[in-house]
Design a protein around this ligand. Structure first.
Ligand SMILES: NC(=O)c1ccc[n+]([C@@H]2O[C@H](COP(=O)([O-])OP(=O)(O)OC[C@H]3O[C@@H](n4cnc5c(N)ncnc54)[C@H](OP(=O)(O)O)[C@@H]3O)[C@@H](O)[C@H]2O)c1
Length: 254
């Protein structure tokens, strides 16, 4: 699997998992572009990593994504690798009628509709590349849902199924499709979750990125670091047990 001298776009690459993966691509002689909504966050990253390219771009906005496609075509002649990483997780008690419905739909828009949008608009550039790769970042929760974040769990299983379905469709176009299903990782997103089980101790982002890099370089299609591989196994062998183990506290405290 070619893992150097490629042009790589990582959505939500200004923090957490996306940034850790961006560093791996940079260390291995790739041109790396990261996006996010918050420009000052991206500028801070650029101060630490001057060789990185930053673009303020919201994955939920068609006009932002179309403009990014044009800018990257002009400045880099297109991309070879698209990493759909941007995502959010809301904790939610569905039994509470005062929940914000828009917030729940926004979560679907960012986590599920946007990877579809990104691929749609970047498809011509990926088709042009000799070594095109699509990486979708879903979650170990695609195997076993986490009750405290019900909409999030739904979006991640949707990304998981979508990824599996498009893999054979993109094969004739020489676009390799890889899915990263992270366990709990030590990022802003995971901070708020009320995780009681010791086995759910967050993995450091550097460790996650190192596992990703090794498996990516080997061309592995489904990358399941840490607890994710056990969630996969548990979901097949004893789904109820796996669900109960993960969901001792189904209602978020906050
Ligand atoms: N941490 C975990 O335990 C864990 C486990 C499994 C899967 N994941 C997945 O890993 C991915 C990365 O999450 P993370 O844990 O690294 O969290 P994070 O540090 O909060 O990173 C998420 C990134 O997404 C960006 N983002 C959010 N909405 C966006 C939008 N509309 N347009 C563009 N960028 C947007 C954020 O930047 P701005 O706010 O500046 O836009 C942020 O940089 C997500 O898909 C998440 O679901 C995380």
């Amino acid at each position: 699997m070619k893992n150097s001298k490629q042009t790589v776009l990582i959505t939500g690459g200004g923090s957490g998992i996306g940034l850790a993966i961006a560093k791996k691509f940079l260390e291995n002689d790739n041109t790396v572009i990261i996006t996010g909504r918050n420009l000052s966050k991206l500028e801070e990253v650029k101060t630490d990593l001057p060789q990185i390219n930053i673009f303020q771009s919201d994955v939920t906005k068609d006009e932002d994504v179309k403009s990014l496609v044009n800018q990257l075509e002009k400045e880099f002649g297109g991309i070879d690798v698209l990493v759909n990483n941007a995502g959010i997780m809301n904790l939610l008690d569905t039994g509470n009628e005062s929940n914000d419905l828009k917030k729940q739909f926004d979560e679907i828009e960012i986590n599920y509709n946007s990877p579809i949008r990104m691929l749609h608009y970047f498809l011509p550039q990926l088709k042009k590349s000799k070594n095109a790769v699509l990486v979708n970042v879903s979650s170990g929760l695609a195997y076993v849902p986490f009750a405290q974040s019900p909409v999030y769990s739904g979006t991640k299983v949707a990304v998981h199924f979508w990824t599996q379905a498009i893999r054979p469709q993109l094969k004739p176009h020489n676009i390799k499709v890889i899915e990263l299903l992270p366990p709990v990782v030590d990022t802003h997103l995971a901070e708020e979750a009320d995780l009681t089980d010791d086995s759910l101790k967050p993995m450091p982002t550097e460790k996650l990125a190192a596992i990703f890099w090794k498996k990516y370089s080997e061309g592995k299609e489904e990358i399941t670091p840490g607890i994710s591989k056990y969630l996969k196994l548990g979901s097949r062998l004893a789904p109820k047990l796996a669900f109960n183990q993960l969901n001792k506290e189904p209602i978020p405290k906050k």
